[in-house]
Ligand binder design. Sequence first.
Ligand code: IPM
Ligand code: MG
Length: 365
Amino acid sequence: MTTALHRTIAVLPGDGIGPEVTRAAVQLLRDCASAFGHQFEFREYPFGGHAIDRCGVPLPPETLAGCRASDAVLLGAIGGPRWESLPLGTRPEAGLLAIRKELGLYINLRPIRLRPALRDISPLRPERLADCDFEIVRELAGDIYFGEHKMSQDKASDVAEYSVAEIERVARYAFERAGRRKGHLTSVDKANVLASSTLWRDTVTALARAYPHVTVDHQYVDNASMQILLRPAQFDVILTGNMFGDILSDEAAALTGSIGLIPSLSRGRPGQPALYEPIHGSAPTLAGKDVACPLGAIFSATLMLRESFGLAVESQWIEDAVDRVLEQGYRTPDIAEPASRRVGGSEFTLKIRAELDVAPARREL
Ligand code: IPM
Ligand code: MG
């Protein structure tokens, strides 16, 4: 029998499709809690453009306090055309950067895993896709994102900066994950041009001595972006900086068929609340039509169960139900093919919930 847990989850639905996809994820977490006897308490807070409209800022103090007081944070998506004309530092995106900074989230994990039933929607040929299962560890609190940004009439600059300590703390996490997987770490940088990347490479190389069971190689980011398409199976864990990680993770997500499928974990020091969010955006053109795929948010919830709460059985129970629904051919319109059984996002979630009933929770595990 697993021990019953009591956990508080801050929910930040945000903008666009954020509210509908987080609703789906929360429903499955509720089902999980009642099936296994856990207590999950959900507290919803305004965030992003929605918070700008309601409170004047994208990250209101009550939202930040609520996140700090929670065991984990579930975030939907932020942004949209409505706020695009605002100055950079006041837009919904500034709220996302602020919450990462305030919660000290310097590690961002993006698992790139194909769902077997969705192989057909990948743009890559099946033989190239074989064994595509890797993780991107993106540094999340430094780099060009957080260096000084300057802008005048005819000139602008952004500073890319890293310290040894910033590189080491995220690299340790990536080495440890690689050690628990296939033992292969690929560090991605642009050390043939950038000073910050040269420090990155030297620091990772020095740290590698502490992890003799992990094989390390280094790729320049331009080559890595090509290798991800040519031979994705060569990767186990990719470690990279904030900017390159942002770009490479969208590219890698496309291999799985849709960016709508990929979850992420952002965390800092152990013991602090981690934040879970799909890597997709707010998709304003899909919002409110019940057509968006909620899987990025649902897998963010299963990642939370596994990584923050240590509930691997519960996490697998939900993911197995998702895979069965996909095998039955159900797809939301955004990932549907002509032969698919098209259902809206809310019906898709109902199908998953029905599958949870088919395979009741095995509490004795
Ligand atoms: C992501 C997003 C964000 C980022 C944006 C919305 C600020 O693209 O989480 O990948 O660039 O980090
Ligand atoms: Mg991105």
